[in-house]
Write a protein that binds this ligand. Structure first.
Ligand code: UD1
Ligand code: MG
Length: 487
């Protein structure tokens, strides 16, 4: 009886990625919601392998730290010196002597690889009972890549690196994608026979194919349906190109599920985001991290949402939001800034030039203009007048403000925390509130107004103001007795 698919995944991620010119290891560069390595691990995840081994080297500590976050079950194996892909796989397998069945080897820098393609490669390999199967692709420009060399019958003869290839072999456009399936026992045996007799003096994993074939073992080529999936990343120009390709793939995916993306070229959606039907994403918008957009909601233009939840039918316009929750049919912006733990209930409104942090804005409550709301609880249907500031910080500590249901805060108010405005209470515009306002009361802290008659004529004589005041006084006396009615 054959084993029920015992599988091991080995990801090669020890290289430096010199051409990235970065202090960050190449495989940790981000690409629409995951690192390059994270994308590769995600492509392999549906295989349900018994174990995953990641070969680390350059920036090993950083890569291990990342693995602990995204794939804690993966085993990191250190390759101290990068002596070649064959050497890397050899030490990976040394770390898992119990591995049996199929081993899938993937270069760590092919982030566009799809799970379906990995699955098709493994199925073809296992179905054919091959010793080794390589994923190949026809590419427009094979420069720098290993070439698939076939024999007269069209079967795989060997894989030749470009620098070791003849002119005739270099003309081939069928390349090795750097993704393979092997029978682990036969792979171990062949790895033991690798030489370093090549231009780089390295142990090439690719030489395993020639060795196995020469030993009469069945080796196979599996062709990728779309060569784009096999594109690697060597510098930041290629990284940007991959980002555009992935953007298009992601946007197309959402549009096909019923999401409107008005300008797909300026809409960047992380692979970790979800968007529901009939949502409309307007131009220049980035949706990142764990963001979700509910059915029929509108986001954009010119908005960045990070780890933010947008409820059904909500509208978020020209907004930057991080770690926020926007309730169903709530409206946000234009020009709003939602910070972590800003929670807007159903139909709440956060308007223009409003910043909200660590605060709940109750159902139907409104903060329409020019406010800072920090560490507050605002009750349902409350109205916060323009330029109200929730003064949460005393220089040492943060304090909370509570505004009750249907309370009304007049414009240009400072609510100096800790303080509470009761349900149904009013606060007069321009107040600085330091004491609780009881339910239904009016809180007012303004000094009574007084007007000093004739002050401008005495203190600002000869100015335009004095002249305007003089004309107004004349007009008033001319028109005396002729005041219009009903004003
Ligand atoms: C490799 C293949 C080439 C293929 C190409 C696809 C070999 C010999 N050649 O070439 O046929 O067309 O990938 O992109 O395998 N790595 C280690 N340890 C090492 C060396 C490499 O972990 O000692 C890792 C790298 O970090 C990288 C991967 O293996 O993720 C591939 O190595 P790289 O040097 O990029 O190989 P290529 O020259 O691109
Ligand atoms: Mg490479």
């Amino acid at each position: 009886m054959s084993q029920p698919h015992l599988r091991t995944v080995v990801v090669l991620a020890a290289g430096e990625g010199k051409r990235m010119k970065s202090s960050l290891p190449k495989v940790l560069h981000p690409l629409l919601g995951r690192t390059l390595l994270g994308h590769v691990l995600a492509a392999a995840a549906p295989l349900g392998a018994d174990r995953t081994v990641v070969v680390v080297g350059h920036g090993a500590d950083q890569v291990r730290g990342h693995l602990a976050e995204v794939a804690p079950e993966a085993v990191a194996v250190l390759q101290e010196r990068q002596l070649g892909t064959g050497h890397a796989v050899r030490i990976a397998l040394d770390a898992v002597p119990e591995a049996a069945g199929t081993v899938v080897v993937i270069n760590g820098d092919v982030p566009l690889l799809r799970p379906e393609t990995v699955d098709a490669l493994v199925s073809a390999h296992e179905g054919a009972g091959a010793a080794a199967t390589v994923l190949a692709a026809e590419v427009p420009d094979p420069t720098g890549l290993g070439r698939i060399v076939r024999d007269a019958e069209g079967r795989l003869a060997q894989i030749v690196e470009e620098r070791d290839a003849t002119a005739e072999q270099r003309a081939l456009r069928e390349i090795n994608a750097g993704i393979y399936a092997f029978d682990v026992a036969r792979l171990r045996e062949a790895l033991g026979k690798l030489s370093t007799d090549n231009d780089q003096g390295e142990e090439y994993l690719t030489d395993v194919f020639g060795l196995l074939r020469d030993a009469g073992e069945p080796v196979a080529v599996h062709c990728a349906a779309d060569h784009v999936e096999t594109l690697g990343c060597n510098d930041r120009v290629e990284l940007a190109a991959l980002r555009r390709l992935l953007r298009d793939r992601v946007n197309e995916g959402w549009m096909r599920t019923g999401v409107s993306i008005l300008d797909p070229h300026t809409t960047w959606i992380d692979v970790t985001v979800t968007v529901e039907r009939d949502a409309v994403i307007d131009q220049n918008t980035q949706l990142q991290g764990t963001t979700t957009v509910g059915a029929g909601a509108t986001v954009g233009p010119d908005s960045t949402l990070i780890d933010t939840t947008v409820g059904e039918g909500a509208s978020v316009v020209r907004t930057h939001a991080v770690g926020a929750e926007v309730g169903p049919r709530a409206t946000v912006g234009p020009f709003a800034y939602l910070r972590p733990a800003a929670k807007l209930a159903e139909r709440a409104k956060v308007g223009t030039f409003v910043e909200v942090k660590n605060s709940e804005v109750g159902a139907g409550a409104k903060v329409p203009h020019l406010s800072y709301v920090g560490d507050a609880t605002i009750g349902a249907k409350a109205n916060i007048g323009a330029a109200t500031i929730f003064v949460n910080y005393d220089g040492v500590k943060k304090h909370r403000t509570v505004v009750g249901e249907a309370a009304f805060i007049g414009c240009d108010t400072s609510l100096i925390a800790p303080v509470e405005v009761g349900p149904g209470a009013y606060v007069a515009a321009g107040s600085a509130i330091t004491q609780d306002v009881p339910p239904g009361a009016l809180g007012v802290t303004r000094a009574p107004q007084r007007s000093i008659d004739g002050w401008v004529a005495r203190k600002r004589a000869g100015t335009a103001s004095a002249e305007a005041a003089r004309r107004a006084a004349e007009g008033a006396s001319d028109g005396a007795g002729a005041a219009s009615e009903g004003d």
